[in-house]
Design a protein around this ligand. Sequence first.
Ligand code: 13P
Length: 253
Amino acid sequence: MTKRKPLIAGNWKMHKTGPEAVETARKLAGLTADVDRVDVMIAPPFTALAQVAEVLRGTRIMLCAQNMHWEPRGAFTGEISAEMLLAAGCTHVILGHSERRQFFGETDQTVNLKLRAALAAGLKPVVCIGESESERDEGKTFSVLDKQVQNGLKGLLSDDLKGLTLAYEPVWAIGTGKTASSQQAQEVHAYLRDQLAKAYGRSVAEAVRILYGGSVKPANIAELMAMEDVDGALVGGASLEAETFNQLVHYQN
Ligand code: 13P
């Protein structure tokens, strides 16, 4: 079992209009009102953030964005800055999700720019990393993760890691129904923590939450969360319905 406070986060991706997001957030707030041993967070699409922030006010559910641009303002049509996210009520932002790397050309370098901008603005980043199926099959899992961590986190100081969350999301497990086994997840999470310890010191590494993401469901969450270095889950599909997401939040019951 993790030594860190568990965090169960829902990434709603490109799902839900403002009113739909408000309805789900309201239900979720009611269902999770009793929860204090687990942190809960949701990441609705940009257009729903401000409305959902109103619903979450006074609840323990934290609000997260799914992406941001690294510049504070300017001629960047279609982009959103850290300051805009803060003003909309976000405390966190997901960076470098594999779908953004795969479909929108994000690289470790752009993730690094965004990460620094988020930290400078006071937004807490959730940095996603993970190998593809072919990379795993070729035995490259750890070298791929090394590169993503080293380049993605380049220039960060130990202090910067205080607000940082890592999310290990093997690309082959996202939306496929193929979950990493709890042993596979633990192996990678422990490896990542060791790499952080080498770079930033053991006590810093011990405080960083490392989430697992990829086909997390009520049926497999308890097993994953039983692992020492699995500190939470970043959930896509199973976070869209309040009842199902609530079951994930209550995985200890
Ligand atoms: P699924 O839970 O739908 O596999 O998605 C995981 C994910 O990408 C969360 O960011």
